[in-house]
Design a protein around this ligand. Structure first.
Ligand SMILES: [Cu+2]
Length: 348
């Protein structure tokens, strides 16, 4: 036992001697390291400035060269409001963004380590803190207040003259129901959903009987307020009309709505875009499953008279359903008659 302890003690002393003899070397190594560190500090501080310059050029270049791909100017009344909000938000943020980034990167260069310079201790400045708290707070309140004002315009109750339509999202299509001649969308009940009544329209509500579902083409009148009631049958979808700055989630069990007024017909839009094939689009903008891409529809915006003529041609879903029921009943009667004749033939 003693021998083991002796060996450990000797080893311990040896380690101490080794440490003392190499301390000098380690100190000089530290000095080299410190010099190396300073050299890199200098390089880093210059790289900060280079990053600032290239970053700013890159940001400008990307805005300039991709601005064609940005959303088109609002072709609806509230779209113009949203665009102006976007403009004022950027007008408030951009100068501050540029200024603070210049200070951030230039200061990293300007105040890099210099041996002869000593750091200046500057812990507190009440005035400065007041300025950078109060001014952004006022700007934020103004931007949010304007946002709330526009939000209530978009989601608030529709005017008397508004056209009420309903968009139902499901995997993987949009169904657009129009309120028909009475201007009222009929009630729906989840429990009434069946193969013959896929949207659960309540046939005891008279308002349902003239509601029609747009089969292929969708027509909307120009310069008239349109209230879209949005809902979903299965998962989350999102009702998106990019050219009209309309976007609202379709949430199963929670009806949402969006009010907008198109100010440009498809014809005018085509002339404006200089593209005779240009169409207004409806898309789903919530990744909702494997055929999400397939939830696209196109639609026409036309003058009120043309819209009315189109709406008159549409057959209400109720009539379609009754016709199908009648046809099925006739077929059944036909089959029964054939059966009866066969029985009569056989007995002869
Ligand atoms: Cu979807």
């Amino acid at each position: 036992m003693m021998s083991i302890l002796s060996i450990i003690a000797i080893l311990f002393v040896l380690v101490i001697i080794f440490q003392i003899t190499t301390a000098g070397e380690q100190l000089s190594g530290l000095k080299d390291e410190e010099e190396e560190q300073r050299r890199w500090d200098g390089i880093h501080s210059k790289l900060f400035v280079a990053f600032l310059v290239f970053g700013m050029i890159g940001a400008y270049y990307s805005i300039a060269s991709y601005s064609d791909l940005f959303l088109p100017n609002g072709t609806s009344i509230h779209g113009v409001l949203l665009d102006s909000m976007m403009f004022w938000t950027l007008a408030a943020i951009l100068p501050i963004f540029v200024l603070t980034h210049i200070l951030l990167f230039v200061f990293a260069y300007k105040y890099r380590y210099v041996e002869s310079r000593k750091a200046f201790y500057y812990p507190h400045n009440k005035k400065l803190e007041m300025i950078w708290t109060i001014i952004p707070a006022i700007v934020m309140v103004l931007l949010v207040a304007e946002g709330m004002r526009n939000w209530f315009k978009i989601t608030g109750p529709a005017s008397e003259n508004a056209l009420v339509i309903e968009a139902t999202g499901e995997q993987f299509k949009w169904t657009i129901r129009f309120s028909g001649e009475d201007g009222d969308l009929g009630r729906k009940r989840v429990r009434q959903i069946s193969a013959q009544n896929p949207y659960g329209q309540d046939w005891t509500d008279e308002a349902n009987k003239d509601d029609f579902i747009a089969a292929t083409d969708i027509y909307l009148p120009v310069d008239r307020e349109i209230l879209v009631k949005i809902n979903s049958h299965d998962v989350l979808h999102s009702f998106f009309l990019p050219q009209f700055d309309v976007k609202m989630d379709a949430v199963p069990g929670i009806p949402t709505q969006f009010k907008f007024t198109p100010t440009m017909t498809t014809k005018e839009y085509r002339e404006w875009k200089d593209d005779p094939q240009a169409m207004f689009e409806l898309a789903c903008t919530e990744l909702c499953g494997p055929s999400h891409w397939n939830m696209k529809r196109t639609f026409f915006v036309v003058e009120q008279e043309e819209y009315e003529a189109w709406a008159k041609e549409q057959q209400p879903y109720y009539e379609q359903m009754k016709a199908a029921e009648k046809e099925a009943a006739n077929k059944q009667i036909g089959e029964l008659l054939i059966d009866k004749n066969e029985v009569a033939d056989n007995s002869n």
